[in-house]
Design a protein around this ligand. Structure first.
Ligand SMILES: Cc1cc2nc3c(=O)[nH]c(=O)nc-3n(C[C@H](O)[C@H](O)[C@H](O)COP(=O)(O)OP(=O)(O)OC[C@H]3O[C@@H](n4cnc5c(N)ncnc54)[C@H](O)[C@@H]3O)c2cc1C
Length: 391
């Protein structure tokens, strides 16, 4: 039952309200609905949208999506088996320890939302929600069409956006980084060169990921210092021009490319390294999922895996009668080390001498890249435990 807000009015109560229909919220809603629970899923966007993301689906991400019942093969992603790490003229290549998938968020998020709806969740699009009152077991939300929605259990899955009333804890200082994403149509030789590869390009002021997604489209997603963006004139066009001028590899890949989006997606002030630490007076009926519970540096390509894992763990803890306090301890145990290790690697890659050292190590033993990839994944035992809880 998919619906938009324009014609109908959402109900005013639900056993569980999920705010945010990204991988975390939609994944949790699928699971709760399949267990026969009354779940309302509120998504701010009225229609499918592009989102800033490298669009790299790790093995865990794919396993969760399939286990939740999504027909991933029908979505036409591009299989990725190899990683190329590039810095200046040095290129190191290695096989990934798993097969990843390149698939746009435009296609993936829409399919997952529809799947949640088909699984029995009451999906409401174009509904920006905010919290108006939390008192004991009772939570009131202000929602665009419904006015007020009341629930005893809230799953907060709004991604990097905080609801004003329910800020993250602890407050982590955001990095001076800006992110951009653009889809390109590249010439056939470059498209062939990118077949089955994800490329991670290190440049002086940041890094870029380049890979194919569905239909031969190529996704460029990059993170760069805000100060560098300013030096490039403060615009995407200026930044891209400077990037291609100073990075021959990207110049080769994108010289005859046509942008496929009317404008790039952008993001700034991402709280990389954040892991939710509940304050003493935390509500025991508000479960935080996805980027609301932990934000891993993007190069790891596992943010969606964490989002789905947290959605599954939150739903199964809730179904087992365990409160949000228990869930937050549980999810912290599962993801904190992975996020910490990814942060360490990320900081090393930003500092010029250690960046050179990393490249030399990768050149000597390309399999060390594969090891780094494994270190930044959710522990397999935690995934196996969570996966068993999906019926
Ligand atoms: C530059 C960059 C590159 C990345 N690359 C990758 C990658 O290649 N692979 C990977 O796995 N991860 C990647 N990530 C991380 C990944 O995008 C996130 O970790 C993941 O999307 C988190 O999922 P989520 O469901 O928590 O949040 P989101 O996917 O952000 O979904 C949140 C949803 O909530 C909705 N929403 C927000 N506020 C409200 C509101 N008030 N009311 C109703 N709805 C609301 C939004 O519209 C959105 O649909 C990247 C992140 C960045 C910044």
């Amino acid at each position: 039952m998919q619906t938009t807000a324009s014609t109908k009015i959402p109900p005013t109560t639900a056993e569980v309200v999920v705010v945010g229909g990204g991988p975390a919220g939609a994944g949790a809603a699928c699971m709760l609905a399949k267990a026969g629970r009354e779940v309302m899923l509120l998504e701010r966007e009225a229609t499918a949208t592009h989102k800033i993301c490298g669009e790299f689906l790790s093995a865990e991400t794919q396993s969760y999506l399939r286990r939740l019942g999504l027909d991933l093969d029908a979505l036409g992603g591009h299989v990725i088996s190899h990683l190329r790490l590039i810095r200046e003229k040095t290129i190191v290549e290695t096989a990934l320890p798993f097969h990843a998938l390149g698939l746009s968020r435009f296609r993936l998020d829409e399919a997952l939302l529809n799947h949640a709806s088909e699984s029995g969740a009451s999906l409401w699009r174009g509904q920006r929600a905010s919290v108006s009152n939390v008192s004991g077991s009772h939570i009131d939300l202000d929602v665009k069409s419904a006015g007020k929605v009341s629930t005893n259990t809230l799953f907060l899955a709004t991604g990097k956006h905080d609801l004003r009333e329910l800020r993250r804890h602890p407050v982590t200082p955001p990095e001076d980084l800006v992110g951009f994403k653009m889809h390109f149509d590249v010439d056939s030789a470059q498209c062939d060169a990118l077949a089955n590869h994800v490329e991670l390009v290190l440049f002086a002021h940041g890094y870029a990921g380049l890979q194919r997604v569905e239909d031969g489209r190529v996704n460029l997603c990059l993170l760069a210092k805000g100060s560098w963006l300013k030096a490039c004139g403060g615009t995407w066009e200026g930044l891209l021009e400077e990037l291609l001028r100073t990075c021959p590899h990207l110049q080769r890949r994108l010289s005859n490319a046509t942008p496929l989006l009317s404008q790039p997606l952008s993001i700034y002030r991402v709280p990389y390294g954040f892991v939710y630490h509940p304050p003493a007076n935390d509500a025991d009926n508000i479960y935080r999922l996805g980027d609301q519970v932990g934000v891993i540096p993007s190069f790891s390509g596992d943010g969606m895996g964490i989002a789905l894992h947290s959605g599954v763990v939150a739903a199964s803890d809730y179904l087992a009668g365990l409160d949000a306090g228990h869930y937050h301890r549980h999810i912290r145990r599962d993801i904190a080390r992975q996020i910490w290790r990814a942060g360490l690697l990320y900081r090393a890659s930003r500092w010029s001498p250690s960046r050179r050292l990393l490249m030399s190590l990768a050149g000597l033993t390309p399999r060390s890249l594969s090891l780094a990839t494994s270190l930044t994944r959710i522990p397999p035992a935690a995934v196996t435990r969570a996966m068993r809880r999906i019926s």
